[in-house]
Design a protein around this ligand. Structure first.
Ligand code: ZN
Length: 256
């Protein structure tokens, strides 16, 4: 039996499917992987964007927003790909417990997965948040202000420092989301990794939590990951090519 057959059977047999997604899914939608060689970090120094530095240094904040003005338009124009839509179909079939994602692009929600089923471990780039009063602004609105010449936009309500609602280097992980992800991972029947190389912690810990609690673990990623040895099935392919084939088989088998 080929892997697509086996995986579709496991999905059918599993009560709760948690899908865990990473940069691979975003790059297939044309969003540059900032960590890859020749990526944006070759033009900007990541140490400039350490959270403590952002808080303490006005120059650092100015550089951050200049960097943002370059990266945001790339992300804003990206659309969900076939891999995202395959995951949405799992939701429509009643198979999806939740998506835990390392991505900050909001493409799962855009492809039709309800907001409450998406756990964003590294925050979201779609919103800007005031670090003083927690007021949220749509990213596009603040981006326009930067484009219009504001070097460091400040909160309209309280004048506080604002930052895109992503988790920066040196910034603590969001407590509620991390806890929720751990709970869901521990309770699922199948943990399906899609497009993550599983190197960034604590995100990369989730598949191990799932496996230790009795879930099946399937890893779909273009390159090998440190957790391949723990997985029941490993597929080194593009998520946008494999996920739709798997979901088609699930649908066909459901129809009987
Ligand atoms: Zn404020």
């Amino acid at each position: 039996m080929n892997q697509i057959e086996v995986i579709s059977d496991i999905i059918l047999q599993s009560k709760k499917v948690v899908v865990f997604t990473g940069a691979g899914m975003s790059t297939e939608s044309g969003i540059p992987d900032f960590r890859s060689p020749g990526g944006i970090w070759s033009k900007f120094d990541p140490n400039e964007f350490n959270f403590q530095k952002f808080l303490s240094s006005p120059e650092s904040r100015e550089k951050y927003w200049a960097f943002s003005a370059v990266t945001w338009p790339e992300m804003a124009k990206a659309k969900p790909n076939l891999g995202h839509y395959a995951i949405t179909e799992l939701h429509q079939m009643g198979k999806l417990d939740c998506v835990i994602t390392q991505n900050v692009d909001g493409l799962h929600q855009e492809s039709g997965v309800p907001e409450e089923k998406v756990i964003e471990l590294h925050g979201t780039a779609r919103w800007v948040v005031c670090l003083e009063c927690s007021k949220k602004y749509p990213r596009e609105q603040i981006h326009s202000r930067v484009e219009a010449g504001e070097k460091v936009p400040l909160c309209d309500s309280c004048g506080g420092i604002m930052k895109p609602a992503t988790i920066s280097f040196g910034q603590p992980m969001p407590e509620k989301e991390t806890h929720e992800a751990q709970m869901r991972s521990a309770a699922c029947g199948l943990f399906l990794v899609a497009g993550s190389s599983l190197v960034v912690y604590p995100a990369a810990q989730m598949p191990l939590i799932a496996k230790d609690n009795g879930a099946k673990l399937i890893i779909i990623n273009l390159t090998s990951t440190p957790h391949d040895g723990y997985a029941d099935i490993v597929v080194h392919e593009k998520t946008g090519e494999i996920l739709p084939q798997i979901v088609e088989r699930v649908k066909a088998k459901l129809k009987g």
